[in-house]
Design a protein around this ligand. Structure first.
Ligand code: ZN
Ligand code: ZN
Length: 344
């Protein structure tokens, strides 16, 4: 094994890579040629096929999430193949197809890790935020936090599964087994994946979009939504749960208002504008509001297996790596159907 590994390593003659780098928050990413990352003992070097562009990347660039690594290579929806192994790598092999998600590392020994909440780990590292991510030709990732991907997702359509899909799925599991009628606020990358999973499990989906966004409403109906309309409109029935993907706090009391007794509003984003005050009666009768933070590896294993079974097909708009700033602008404008993905 050692010999194979060495020969594989020596066959990797490239020493530099192209990357889109955030040097200062609030300014466009800069295209750079930089040294190839060196994987540490428990890391693998991955040649990136594609990396999704997520709204969280905008929150980092806009300083709505504080203290990023600087300079930073953003991107946390990475699909690629393993090209080099750190000395302590035990499971992955050269050539393995992997997905690299937002959770780049969890310590395994803090109180959250010990109670199966590694998504809340006190010592967590996040891909494309506190570790370099996937807006580059290569990245180094901890093998224990890479997901093996089925061959069908070894292309740009696999990238959105790694965050939009995964966080969407974690949010969806929070709605509980009794939720049959589920509202989705913001019909973008996450919702268009989640609706496929939810319909597969016999749920009914109500899609809420920006006011007047008839294209997104049509898209939701084509994917099988029972109803689609403006986010300000009352749906035809009371809902068992709503998941809010749009970073808009005023949607929380609106979603509560449309909720049946015992229902829940799940906030799926990492950042949201302030939630306006609302009368207690909207929360009364055991309605709930909760946020969803990050992911656990179990979420990833469960979701990727389920996605392949459905099978989930993501709709993508592709940009070359060097057009990352244009890709981010497209996510900000919300004018793109489905998910935005960079290809290397
Ligand atoms: Zn921990
Ligand atoms: Zn994300």
């Amino acid at each position: 094994m050692k010999e194979v590994k060495n020969s594989q390593e020596s066959s990797l003659t490239i020493r530099t890579m192209r990357a889109m780098v955030m040097e200062v928050p609030g300014q466009p990413l800069i295209e750079k040629t930089i040294p190839l990352p060196v994987p540490s003992t428990k890391q693998v070097l991955v040649k990136i096929i594609a990396c999704g562009v997520c709204r969280t990347d905008l929150h980092i660039m806009d300083s709505e999430l504080s203290q990023p690594k600087l300079p930073l290579i953003p991107g946390h929806e990475i699909v690629g193949t393993v090209v080099k192994l750190g000395d302590g790598v035990k499971k992955l092999k050269i050539g393995d197809l992997v997905g690299i998600p937002w959770l780049g590392f969890a310590c395994g020994h803090c109180k959250y890790c010990k109670r199966e909440q590694e998504n809340l780990c006190e010592n967590a590292l996040f891909t494309g935020y506190t570790m370099d991510g996937g807006y580059a030709e290569y990245t180094a990732a901890f093998e224990d936090f890479c997901f093996s991907l089925p061959a069908m997702y070894g292309n740009p359509s696999g990238a959105p599964l790694l965050c939009a899909g995964l966080i969407g799925y974690r949010s969806y599991t929070m709605t509980g087994p009794n939720a049959d009628k589920i509202g989705l606020y913001g019909f973008g990358a996450a919702a268009h994946i989640l609706i496929q999973v939810a319909l597969h499990q016999g749920k009914k989906i109500y899609a809420f979009t920006r006011d007047g966004d008839v294209d997104a409403q049509k898209f939701a109906k084509e994917l099988g939504a029972t109803w689609a309309g403006d986010s300000t409109v009352t749906p035809p029935e009371l809902l068992d749960a709503s998941i809010i993907f749009a970073p808009v706090g005023s949607l929380v009391p609106k979603a509560l208002k449309d909720l049946d007794k015992g229902g829940s509003v799940i906030c799926g984003g990492i950042h949201m504008s302030d939630i306006p005050s609302f009368p207690y009666e909207l929360l009364w009768e055991e309605r709930m509001i909760r946020s969803v933070a990050n992911l656990t590896r179990k979420d990833g294993w469960d979701f990727i297996a389920l996605a392949a079974q459905v099978p989930v097909k993501s709709e993508t708009t592709l940009f070359p790596l060097e057009k990352a700033n244009e890709a981010l602008a497209a996510v900000r404008d919300g004018q793109v159907q489905g998910a935005v993905v960079l290809v290397m």
